[in-house]
Design a binder for this molecule. Structure first.
Ligand code: SN0
Length: 316
């Protein structure tokens, strides 16, 4: 595996789950693969889970790990081609990335949507330059349009907690004070389409995700109706795709609360974290026995390690 940006990169999901459970059962069994190999994790944005779980996954594989916060101590990077570099960015991505590639065997990159330009975000301008210029395999630690390690961990979590063969999974938009990327919602949708689940998305009008992700997916604008019989409720805020990057609503009637969870089939609550309490979800729901947020975070080590293992195997 030379890159991990989207669901297609992992191939068959049943096999991916099998590999994930093997890694979860025996996390230290593959250290020979990572011996004297180095991963560099590059962050353009903040992180708690991704940073720590990916480091832990690489350490489980016996690797050396280096972490670079581009905006904290490194040179500011110019990412546009052909510009006169007379501003505040001393280094070009076309040198920085191949240099980073000299020091490692794998690269992980986090680079959120900037909302400056929809085309740049949706063409994955930053992470694609890492693929193009680094010379080593690249793992997305959340790019402009997707968060595949999160979705893979979510799939593992659903597999572990489902009580029926084909659970109903609902992705619900929920209110938030700031404009957030569509990446987590896009990615979750992309993975759930491939998984053996009944999948429904619910959000207010104006929050339709890109057709690229929702083609063939059931969209239900009535949140309560969507929740009926759900086995899993996955909450997330995202900003508008059509009115790109805009917050169109902060309607608290969309907050996931006890009354709405009571409509589900004893449904489990999921969120990628960090989560704004009493905006996205009430204290009661996130602290309930049916909340899986910590289990999801734990499975971030599993998804990262499964991907790193496959990449190390393909280096040989
Ligand atoms: C990011 C997002 O894509 O929504 C990362 C989630 C894994 N979330 C945020 O940036 C939250 C920031 C906030 O202000 O709550």
């Amino acid at each position: 595996m030379k890159r991990f940006l989207k669901v297609d990169d992992i191939g068959d999901l049943k096999q991916a789950l099998k590999d994930a459970f093997e890694v979860k059962k025996n996390p230290y069994a593959f250290q020979e693969l990572g011996k004297n190999k180095t991963i560099i994790l590059v962050f353009f944005n903040s992180s708690l889970r991704t940073r720590l779980s990916t480091q832990k996954a690489a350490m489980n594989m016996g690797m050396n790990v280096m972490v670079l916060d581009i905006n904290n101590g490194a040179w500011k990077l110019e990412t546009e081609q052909g510009v006169i570099m007379d501003g505040d960015k001393p280094e070009h991505i076309k040198e920085a990335v191949p240099v980073i590639g000299q020091y490692c065997d794998l690269i992980g990159v986090r680079s959120f949507a900037t909302f400056e330009n929809k085309e740049d975000d949706y063409s994955e301008k930053i992470i694609n330059q890492f693929i193009q210029y680094s010379g080593v395999p690249v793992i997305s630690l959340e790019s402009a349009t997707r968060h595949p390690l999160q979705s893979f961990a979510d799939l593992v979590t659903i597999e572990e907690h489902k009580t029926v063969d084909r659970p109903k999974v609902v992705l619900t938009w929920a209110p938030h004070p700031r404009a957030l990327p569509q990446a987590v919602a896009n990615s979750f949708t992309e993975w759930m389409k491939e998984a053996d689940v009944e999948f429904v998305v619910t959000h207010p009008k104006g929050y339709e995700l890109s057709d690229e992700f929702t083609e063939g997916v059931t969209v239900e604008y009535d949140q309560r109706k969507a929740f009926e019989g759900a086995d899993f409720v996955y909450a997330k805020n995202w900003s508008s795709f059509s009115d790109y990057g805009k917050v169109l609503s902060e309607d608290k009637d969309w907050t996931v609360d006890e009354e709405k969870m009571a409509l589900t089939n004893n449904g489990k609550f999921m969120h990628c974290l960090p989560v704004r309490r009493n905006m996205i979800v009430t204290d009661g729901v996130i602290e309930s026995e049916n909340s899986l947020v910590i289990q999801e975070a734990a499975n971030r080590v599993v998804s990262a390690q499964t991907v790193i293992k496959r990449m190390l195997e393909s280096l040989k």
